[in-house]
Design a protein around this ligand. Structure first.
Ligand code: CO8
Length: 265
């Protein structure tokens, strides 16, 4: 499964079709330095190209999903460095991954950590999760999509408040505002959010994978186009699925009152 090949990540296959990527820079609360992000991109590309993977889960530790971009790495950078070297270019690969990515967030998800969660397709959180865009306290603003994605999800007033005050927001607020799908309560003092994300990943991986990826593409179109354009994208993808074996199998199985056996073709 590639376990042990990365310095800042742990990779495992905790259930059929699920790739678990655990951010593993515990001493820096999983601060996202370039090395970590290059590895994360590598791991995501690998999982995306692996026919045995149907869903990807990204998690951190109980204390921190990720406490932001690495401030110590950024502090001495000049405009000419970040511009010429396309500093945040690494962060855009994630949005090209076709398989669904579930974020399992416990503890701090701040700055780039919050933005990393927002780049995922589904977010589940522990009650301990602390989200926020504190960049304003460092004399900068979010640069990994925080202002854009938050504005689309939580609306202008809240996005402004969060960006301009830098205040954190809780798992309860995140759930109320629709930033996350839901809060996963711990059992006997142990956080269960990663287990729940794995279960969700297994469920998604059990579906026809062409339909799953088409579903992701269609929902994403809602964020990147007008309603009319998005509806066209959805309909084209829907039509296209009638060219797949999984559609024949799924509908035959329903009519024959049996479970479908999807072959992802
Ligand atoms: N960068 C570098 N190191 C960090 C970071 C970080 N973001 N966060 C924590 N660390 C380090 C600390 O420096 C400390 O290291 P050391 O032991 O060597 O002193 C270690 O992690 C443990 O941290 P603390 O001792 O501070 O732990 P506490 O439990 O006291 O506090 C906090 C936890 C509240 C999370 C605190 O660490 C904190 O405020 N961290 C910074 C949060 C922040 O400002 N994040 C935003 C960073 S800017 C950003 O993300 C810009 C995004 C730009 C776009 C990126 C593309 C997506």
């Amino acid at each position: 499964t590639g376990a042990g090949q990365y310095g800042n990540l742990l990779i495992s296959r905790p259930g059929p079709g699920v790739e678990l990527i655990t951010l593993n820079r515990p001493k820096a609360l999983n601060a996202l330095n370039s090395a970590l992000f290059i590895e994360l991109n590598e791991a995501l590309k690998k999982a995306d190209g692996d026919a045995n993977v149907g869903a990807i889960v990204i998690s951190g530790s109980d204390k921190a999903f990720a406490a932001g971009a690495d401030i110590k790495e950024m502090r001495d950078k000049e405009y000419s460095d970040v511009y010429k070297n396309k500093f945040l270019e690494n962060w855009t690969l994630m949005s090209t991954i076709r398989k669904p990515i579930i974020a399992a967030v416990s503890g701090y998800a701040l700055g780039g950590g919050c933005e990393l969660a927002l780049m995922c397709d589904i977010i589940l959180a522990s009650p301990t999760a602390v989200f926020g865009q504190p960049e304003i306290n460092l004399g900068v603003i979010p640069g990994g999509g925080g202002t854009q994605r938050l504005a689309r999800i939580v609306g202008k007033s809240r996005a402004m408040e969060l960006t301009l005050t830098g205040r954190n927001f809780s798992a309860v607020e995140a759930e109320r505002w629709g930033v996350i799908s839901r809060i996963i309560e711990p059992v006997e003092g142990k956080q269960k959010v990663v287990d729940e994300a794995i279960e969700m990943g297994k469920l998604i991986a059990s579906k026809g994978q062409i339909a799953v990826q088409a579903g992701k593409e269609a929902v994403n179109a809602a964020y990147e186009s007008t309603l009319a354009e998005g509806l066209k994208v959805e309909r084209r993808l829907f039509y296209g699925l009638f060219a797949t074996k999984d559609q024949k199998e799924g509908m035959a199985a329903f009519a024959e009152k049996r479970k479908p056996n999807f072959t992802h073709q």
